[in-house]
Write a protein of this length. Sequence first.
Length: 494
Amino acid sequence: MKSYSEWQALSETLSFQGQAYINGEFQSAASGETFPCINPSTEKVLTDIASCDEADVNAAVANSREVFKSGVWSEMHPRQRKQIMLKWADLIEQHKDEFALLDTLDMGKSINEMVNIDVPDAIDCFRWTAECIDKVYGEIAPTGTDTLALISHNPVGVVGAITPWNYPLLMVSWKIAPAIAAGNSVVLKPSEKASLSALRLAELAVEAGIPKGVLNVLPGYGHTAGKALALHMDVNVLAFTGSTRVAGMLMGYAGQSNMKRVWLEAGGKSPNLVFADCDIKKAAAGTANAIFANQGEVCIACSRLYVEKSIKEEFMAALMEEAKRFQTGDPLDPATTMGPMVDGMQLETVERYIRSAVEEGGNIVTGGLPEYTDGQGFFARPTIIDNANNDMTFVKEEIFGPVLAVCDFETEDEAIELANDSQYGLGAAVWTENLSRAHRVSGKIESGMVWVNTWGEGDTTVPFGGVKASGNGRDKSLHALEKYTDIKNVLIRL
Ligand code: NAD
């Protein structure tokens, strides 16, 4: 790992590209409009970003469609597509420090997390998905001997992808790697709060040999570029990661336009169940990670803690110790464990929820309201609020910041009921040394993912996604490829 001063020096040498990337060329938005890209730890402008809108979406989708129809990528031999995607992954690896810096400067994530999680996981996603291209088979249906029914998985055409800012490189990778591997063309709209790594990724795609127009990137606001993409009549599939509020809007846009398939990876308010028969030290460490990692700006953040009453005192003492590991600082410093919130609006959201928690009877046991100084970054404090219950606003709603609600329970059934009492169903953590309880509880929890005696661990081979208001799609694993292919059945009478 490079030192703080080495990362600082390297960041000075970076150049930022904020223009749209269409058909292999960087270009201004058709309107010529831009908006500033701000480093949230210094509040300084890094560069200007093209503010794309409907005109740019129309141009990009038309180009993507033309490239798809030409077959230059969609009909390329799978082995050749695989080789090119592997080269793309190699190029990302060759530029791994640059990618780490781009997201850290753009949205405030610690460089440590970028180097150890986001960048290697993104590279792995590209490599693993590329390796699948020439290993996925079709089927022959078990019809009678006088017919032959061939079932094949085919690219859908043009995929629109809309992504958030909290894991800019990784969330983009989880969408575009399988979509492109399957032979589609993609028009990507990254978050207006973190567009830089997506634009660089697109440039490297062309350098690796992916034909121009297979990946077009349109930075811009949700209500302009995002909405136009979601309403576009020539987009076949929409793949989204972001809030539940916007996810619902996208379903509406699809219905109002061409009934495009919409895959949603949306918000969460994940529960963390700590049973008396757990390893308290490990559970406390995991609980702190589950709410303070990435400043709590994590969809799977376990922001609702339910701890068994009989160990609550001992567990809380251990948790307070673990919380001390999380200290805010310059995210370029590898020692920093918590960077700033992505922007002033997100900091205000955190502040608003802490106020509402106290008004509704919560008791702050560490952290509290942010101490903001103008021009010195949007830093929140790791905050734990005890005396919480499921009726309180800050326990029901996603905060997307480092604020943990502490509730307790007495029986296993009560713990499960409290955990499931949420509109969301993304992830859940269960801490117990009792194997039967681990299976029983994880089976009954209403979520797409459950971690037992750990939190947030995954692998490219493992699907990622939720149920209920947390969405309907799965990123990663072979299941991700299903989102970007249509099934075709050709029946031949012999
Ligand atoms: P957001 O919903 O505000 O924005 C997500 C994307 O949608 C952005 O690119 C934005 O510009 C775009 N958008 C906004 N309004 C739009 C509209 N009207 N039409 C089309 N596009 C529009 O979410 P965010 O603040 O960027 O990200 C945080 C949210 O993402 C949290 O709720 C978090 O839980 C969720 N998230 C979920 C997962 C998951 O896998 N389930 C992963 C990461 C983040």
